[in-house]
Design a protein around this ligand. Structure first.
Ligand SMILES: C[S@@+](CC[C@H](N)C(=O)[O-])C[C@H]1O[C@@H](n2cnc3c(N)ncnc32)[C@H](O)[C@@H]1O
Length: 215
């Protein structure tokens, strides 16, 4: 039975919950309001090295269509555009949409960036629309892990790539050290990816752990 509190978007009285975090999502997990905008700006300044590692893992080619789920302030989106990709994104926070759209203003105006309010579990994009789907630092916030993996599988073309990343790696720094996921949870994400894609691999980078699959 569906728990009415575990909704995708939540309500004013019942913020969304996730498959992993046992309390309503707030703060960096779901930045809302003026404080959320400040947190988003902070995020945009501090984790560039993580985004660069994800960019390398994605190995985007000019002209590829990339979906980012949970783009936050949009740092990776900017890097993907810089690499010649066409980008689309979903994030449940309208404040993050505003920040990310400002950061990639020209691409939004030119139609090479399509940034929407939405979630990894329900992107709203048609089947097989993308060459690549990527998610950075939000897989524990998804309401339902399997639903998120299924959605990324649905929107990526056959042969397309999916990279899901989270704080970790061999040289985790600062606050990210407290956010490293326990081994059983890393296993759970790998297993969910393999169940949905029929393949999937966890890789420890320098500042990030990635889960990578091919559709
Ligand atoms: C810690 S921030 C990371 C933002 C960005 N990816 C980065 O690395 O800077 C988490 C982001 O995930 C978003 N988020 C929360 N729940 C989500 C969901 N179910 N699907 C996609 N994104 C979600 C939040 O709104 C927030 O922008």
């Amino acid at each position: 039975m569906t728990d009415p509190e575990r909704t995708l978007t939540g309500t004013e009285h019942s913020p969304p919950r996730s498959w992993y975090i046992d309390r309503p999502l707030t703060g960096f997990a779901l930045p809302r309001g003026r404080v959320g905008s400040l947190l988003g700006r902070l995020m945009g300044m501090v984790n560039k090295s993580e985004q660069l590692e994800v960019l390398a893992a994605v190995d985007v080619q000019p002209g590829e269509r990339v979906l980012e789920a949970g783009y936050g302030p949009g740092v990776l989106l900017g890097m993907l555009l810089g690499a010649g990709a066409t980008v689309a994104g979903v994030d449940p926070s309208p404040e993050m949409r505003a920040l990310a759209a400002r950061r990639s203003e020209k691409a939004v105006a030119a139609g090479t960036a399509d940034l929407r309010v939405g979630t990894a579990e329900s992107t709203g994009f048609p089947d097989e629309s993308f060459d690549v789907a990527v998610s950075v630092n939000n897989v524990p916030m998804w309401s339902d892990l399997t639903a998120g993996m299924r959605e990324l599988h649905r929107v990526v073309r056959p042969g397309g790539r999916v990279v899901v990343a989270w704080h970790g790696g061999t040289h985790t720094r600062g606050i990210a050290r407290k956010l490293v996921l326990p081994a059983d949870v890393l296993d759970r994400i790998t297993v969910s990816m393999r169940d949905v894609f029929g393949n999937g691999e966890m890789r420890q980078g320098r500042h990030i752990v990635t889960f990578q699959a091919t559709r």
